[in-house]
Design a protein around this ligand. Structure first.
Ligand code: ADP
Length: 615
């Protein structure tokens, strides 16, 4: 029975629970202070790679100086080639042409370069320089060399996480402005979308002197791409570029500086700068940069995960705990993925993950200590109980032993007194008869207790002899006949002829005697009892069926336990010790047999003993 817990014990439990949760939160806060950018970057990239690729704005087309161009020209395009390109592009009226590279690098005579400047103007060329914006007032330094000095040049440095963030060299961010002055990408996007402030853009954060956002990447090859020579030679239909932003750049796998690593791939030539430019621009045009949730949300999540881990570790069984923990982690990773895939929302994964591991390894030894202490306590208690049990058994055995002799003497005396028929009045005779019956009952009880003692000290050894079970049953029933007659109960025997089997005669007699005696004890006057034997499949079945008070179903499993008496006999009207069936089952089991019962309250019970013919 569960005992009521005292208030102080309950308070202590709460205090312990609060302490553990406090410790978990403390750990979570400490872990959150660690910079886990590399790991976080890794999980971020995993999400980028596995989510469905986002849509593009459809506004951007790439023209690349690729291996085909270089093979055909046998050199990099010079000023004349660019003039051809721009003239072709001019025919299809693009919105703007971007050149994210060093435009002064293009070779040509002064005249050729003048023609280039002319052609570039006609397609609204914007040169995007890797260099940082010059200080205010000295912007002239940023101009191209004559005769290209009138072309538009804007600063648009690309980023790579080399010294900051994940430090793995991957380009994940774009810069919107420097000290409040918008850079190339934001200017182009602004002109297209009508926005004009960094606050109009999603996912913008401050870093050093800049405002930045994460690039909403598309896999390499997403944007339509045409070879420089094909465009310059007029092989591409003009409507392809109409009203589009055309980005012209190198993609000839010659120089690693023309490439960046992306969340999709850490190949040194994973994506050309021109395509990176397209991704950056599209992020701003569509205004769908991934958003990193605020620090406090991440901290809250980490704390919650820590608490859940500690509760799981301390309350669940280790195997199940580990399983549920793995499930929680997987669930969390899945949620983070769904949030990112659905709306580019980026929740921290590295800190919660580390928290789970640290909390797990921190609290497991703690749990082991608690469990060790508990099992030590159990061990002590168990030791004590065994000692008490031994004392009890010894006491019962000694007492029963000492009772046997005086009981035998009482019985002997009552028999002598009853034999003398002359001197006793009928009432004296009745009194002595009662004394005799009671001492007989007591002798049986003492016998049971002694048997119990023998069982518990494992003293019983089977004395097997070949016996005819039918004969053994008949003898037993005959001895109990006087009891049946007192209640006018008829005992019917239906025995099949049986071969002799090897049994311990004494023990089996006690079993049958107990079953038949119970059938008489727990049956009403005038009813009948059927005792049958049969043999089938090498087994011997003895059944004792009565029409008595029966036993309710919920009590049947307890019937064969020590000292158990069913509810309907506990008032003491029918005497008994509750040991008979316990001993019967023990004795039958010693013979490799089984004993069972089927019963219905107020209808009757059938006890079955099932013994192997060949022990
Ligand atoms: P007891 O000395 O009480 O008869 P047993 O171990 O022989 O002890 O039986 C245990 C309990 O099982 C009994 O107290 C009684 O409640 C129930 N029982 C046993 N045999 C019968 C029966 N034939 N009909 C109804 N109840 C029975």
């Amino acid at each position: 029975m569960e005992r009521e817990k005292s208030p102080s014990k309950r308070n202590r439990r709460w205090l312990f629970a609060a302490l553990r949760i406090g410790l978990a939160i403390g750990l979570a806060i400490i872990i959150s202070q660690f910079r886990l950018n590399y790991l976080e970057g890794f999980f971020y990239d995993m999400r980028v790679r596995t989510r469905p690729a986002p849509h593009t704005s459809g506004q951007i087309v790439l023209v690349t100086i690729d291996t085909k161009t270089q093979e055909q020209l046998r050199r990099l395009p010079n000023a004349d080639d660019f003039v051809h390109l721009f003239n072709q592009l001019h025919k299809s009226a693009p919105r703007q042409v971007l050149y994210p590279d060093d435009f002064n690098e293009i070779m040509g005579s002064y005249d050729q370069l003048e023609a280039l400047a002319q052609a570039a103007k006609s397609v609204n060329l914007l040169v995007i320089e890797e260099r940082e914006l010059p200080d205010q007032g000295v912007e002239d330094e940023f101009r191209l060399l004559p005769p290209l000095q009138d072309l538009d040049v804007e600063s648009g440095p690309t980023t790579a996480d080399v010294y900051n963030f994940a430090r793995d060299g991957v380009s994940r961010r774009l810069i919107l402005d420097l000290e409040g002055r918008p850079l190339a990408e934001m200017k182009v996007a602004d002109s297209l979308t009508g926005r004009n402030s960094v606050t109009d853009y999603r996912g913008v954060f401050t870093f050093k002197r800049t405002h930045q956002a994460y690039i909403n990447y598309h896999p390499t090859g997403t944007y339509p791409k045409y070879s420089f020579v094909d465009v310059a030679d007029g092989y591409i239909p003009s409507n392809v570029f109409k009203n589009k932003i055309v980005i012209v750049g190198k993609d000839n796998k010659a120089d690693e500086n023309d490439y960046v690593m992306t969340p999709y791939s850490r190949d040194l030539t994973a994506m050309s700068t021109a395509e990176l430019q397209a991704n950056m621009l599209d992020t701003l045009i569509l205004n769908n940069a991934p958003i990193q949730v605020p620090y406090w949300v991440n901290l809250l999540i980490t704390c919650l995960i820590a608490i859940v881990t500690v509760l799981i570790v301390l309350t669940l069984r280790p195997g199940r705990g580990l399983f549920i923990l793995a499930l929680t982690l997987t669930g969390y990773l899945f949620c983070s993925w769904v949030l990112f895939a659905a709306d580019g929302i980026w929740i921290d994964v590295a800190h919660p993950l580390l928290t789970v591991f640290i909390c797990y390894y921190f609290f497991i030894p703690y749990r082991l200590i608690i469990e060790n202490r508990r099992s030590w306590e159990y061990y002590q208690r168990n030791n004590l109980l065994t000692q008490v049990e031994e004392l009890k058994s010894n006491f019962l055995r000694l007492m029963s032993h000492d009772l046997k002799t005086p009981l035998a003497r009482i019985q002997g005396m009552t028999e002598i007194a009853l034999r003398d028929t002359t001197k006793l009045t009928p009432s004296q005779r009745e009194a002595i008869k009662t004394i005799s019956d009671s001492s007989q009952e007591l002798t049986e009880f003492v016998g049971s207790i002694l048997n119990l003692g023998r069982i518990e000290s494992k003293e019983i050894k089977l004395q097997l002899k070949s016996r005819d079970i039918n004969a053994l049953l008949s003898e037993t029933i005959q001895k109990l006949d006087y009891l049946a007659k007192q209640k006018n109960i008829r005992i019917v025997m239906e025995f099949e002829p049986l071969f002799s089997v090897k049994v311990d005669e004494d023990l089996m007699r006690q079993v049958f005697s107990n079953l038949v005696e119970n059938a008489i004890k727990y049956s009403p006057e005038g009813s009948s009892i059927l005792v049958t034997t049969e043999e089938s499949n090498g087994r011997l079945m003895v059944q004792v069926a009565d029409q008595g008070i029966g036993i309710s179903a919920d009590e049947i499993e307890n019937l064969f336990t020590k000292f158990y008496r069913s509810r309907n006999v506990r008032d003491g009207a029918i005497k008994g010790s509750g040991l008979g069936l316990y001993l019967a089952r023990y004795f039958v089991n010693l013979h490799n047999g089984q004993i069972s019962v089927e019963s219905e309250p107020a209808k009757g019970s059938t006890f079955t003993v099932d013994l192997p013919m060949d022990l």
